[in-house]
Write a protein that binds this ligand. Structure first.
Ligand code: TRP
Ligand code: ZN
Length: 478
């Protein structure tokens, strides 16, 4: 029997009304395991963070609705996750840390749920889901959001500022501290937020602000990011912000938010046009739909490249802003597949600071490189940090220092023409997608006659200072 896909669809739609179960499937198509429970995996497959994210579905969009009272530190959440099943599912997981979960529905029917381990929300829908079907999950939850300082770099999660405001920030995880999520960079999705706060507070997020309404002493802000975003670059920041709007020359809307005392960052923020223009000349057209920054008044340990609107600590300077804008191509548009690929994001963002210094301050990068190598040649701990396959927990160690030397050595090894070509073509090739570091090595190798196997091994996977051959390629030769 042959049935056109349209016929099959109609037939299935008709049957859903009476419950689209077993007999709806063509006998030939029915998988032999159709009666066995099919559970979505409790992890998305990252070797370093095996329980991060989940399997069995692909999220298309998040619709996060929160109401937050800074005085009570209480969050009421109502999040809808629209996904496509990538396998038949009788059960699947989301990631959520803390909170009381009040109810879960899947495709508008009440679903059973359980909390497991640190962050697994295990959902059993009333009806099994077929491969390719829509899975619309709505989770209602509330409580006091939490954070963790298990990460040696920074406290991540739901953070509170000295002014009583709060913001969600961090990697490799932060979204699960305020909404149920498939917390893996592999599953990028669109993001909309409705945030309700007492009317003397402002809620800022990523994307475009689509509305603001005040009623009964509370203001609801809605935000919409239509480019796919990895969950770790989504955020909400709640403070007594001064908000300003402008546009880049190409029309991109800029929205800047200054926490109390940070108004002095306006001067820095005014460089956005010049920075985006400069980076576009290296990496191709700006891939995001918005620009601008969220300037927090606290001295958090890091800035973060939240999508189309980075979040800054009070110490942010011009290098920081260049770095975070560079991430809009490297990290946000081209997103890592696994945390071991972090160099795809950080090595480019860090080296962008050097590209900026070269173009704007006439810095002689070769000379600067040699000085750095001289200073650091005896510092084993500097060379020890690997830039790829660094091991769980070590992802960031080499990303802000060794990365710059490695990228500059790569440039001198393959020459400016090939390097420039790679900088332009790589973000284009993987725009709004995911990629791995080995794919990048392959990509470069395909564009040069230089044999790069050993170079990449010693610089990116090595844990000691490279031999002179790789330390001083091309014009770097002393
Ligand atoms: N990716 C951030 C940057 O390069 C830095 C960062 C690392 C970070 N770990 C973090 C930021 C944890 C916030 C929380 O700018
Ligand atoms: Zn960075």
């Amino acid at each position: 029997m042959t049935v056109s896909p349209q016929r099959l669809l109609l037939c299935c739609l008709a049957l859903t009304l009476t419950g689209c179960t077993g007999p709806a499937r063509d006998a030939e198509e029915a998988p032999p395991t159709a009666t066995k429970p099919t559970h979505g995996a409790a992890g998305a497959g990252d070797p370093y963070y095996p329980t991060q994210g989940n399997g069995g579905y692909d999220v298309r969009g998040y619709d996060v609705d929160i109401s937050y009272d800074p005085h009570r530190k209480h969050l009421d959440g109502d999040t809808t996750i629209t996904a496509t099943a990538t396998q038949p599912l009788t059960r699947f997981n989301l990631d959520l840390r803390g909170f009381d979960v009040k109810s879960v529905t899947v495709n508008d029917e009440q679903a059973e749920f359980a909390r497991k381990h640190e962050h697994e929300l295990v959902i059993t829908p009333a009806e099994p889901i077929g491969k390719g079907d829509d899975v619309v999950t709505r989770v209602r939850y509330n409580g006091e959001p939490t954070s963790t300082d298990e990460d040696e770099f920074a406290t991540v999660g739901w953070l509170t500022t000295s002014s009583g405001g709060s913001y969600a920030l961090g990697e490799p995880h932060s979204a699960s501290f305020w909404y149920p999520v498939n917390e893996t960079p592999r599953d990028k999705a669109t993001f909309t937020l409705s945030a309700r706060v007492p009317k003397d507070w402002v809620a800022v997020s990523i994307g475009k602000q689509t509305s603001r309404r005040t009623k009964d002493g509370w203001t609801t802000y809605t935000w919409e990011e239509t480019n796919p975003a990895a969950s770790y670059v989504t955020t909400v920041a709640i403070d007594k912000f001064t908000v300003e709007r402008s546009r880049l020359d190409d029309g991109t809307p800029v929205l800047s938010a200054y926490a109390p005392g940070q108004e002095g960052k306006r001067e820095l923020e005014a460089r956005a046009e010049e920075i985006v223009e400069f980076l576009s000349s290296k990496f191709g057209p700006y891939p995001q739909r918005t620009a601008g920054g969220i300037y927090m008044s606290d001295s958090i340990s890091f800035a973060l490249e939240t999508q189309g609107r980075p979040t800054y600590a009070s110490w942010a300077d011009l290098d920081t802003v260049v770095h975070e804008y560079a991430h809009q191509w490297h990290g946000n548009s081209v997103t890592i597949e696994s945390w071991s690929d972090l160099c795809l994001s950080e090595c480019f963002a860090s080296y962008s600071e050097w590209l900026w210094a070269e173009a704007k301050d006439d810095t002689d990068l070769d000379r600067f490189y040699r000085e750095q190598v001289d200073q650091l040649s005896g510092d084993d701990s500097f060379w020890e940090s690997k830039l790829h396959e660094m091991g769980a927990g070590n992802e960031f160690d080499g990303m802000y220092g060794k990365s710059k030397l490695a990228m500059h050595a790569l440039r001198r090894t393959i020459g400016d023409d090939v390097f420039d070509q790679v900088l332009r073509e790589w973000p284009q090739e993987h725009q709004h997608g995911n990629a791995s570091w080995p794919e990048f090595e392959q990509f470069v190798s395909e564009r040069t006659d230089v044999e790069l196997g050993e170079f990449f091994d010693v610089w990116f996977r090595g844990d000691e200072i490279p031999s002179d051959e790789h330390l001083y390629p091309g014009t770097l030769r002393p």
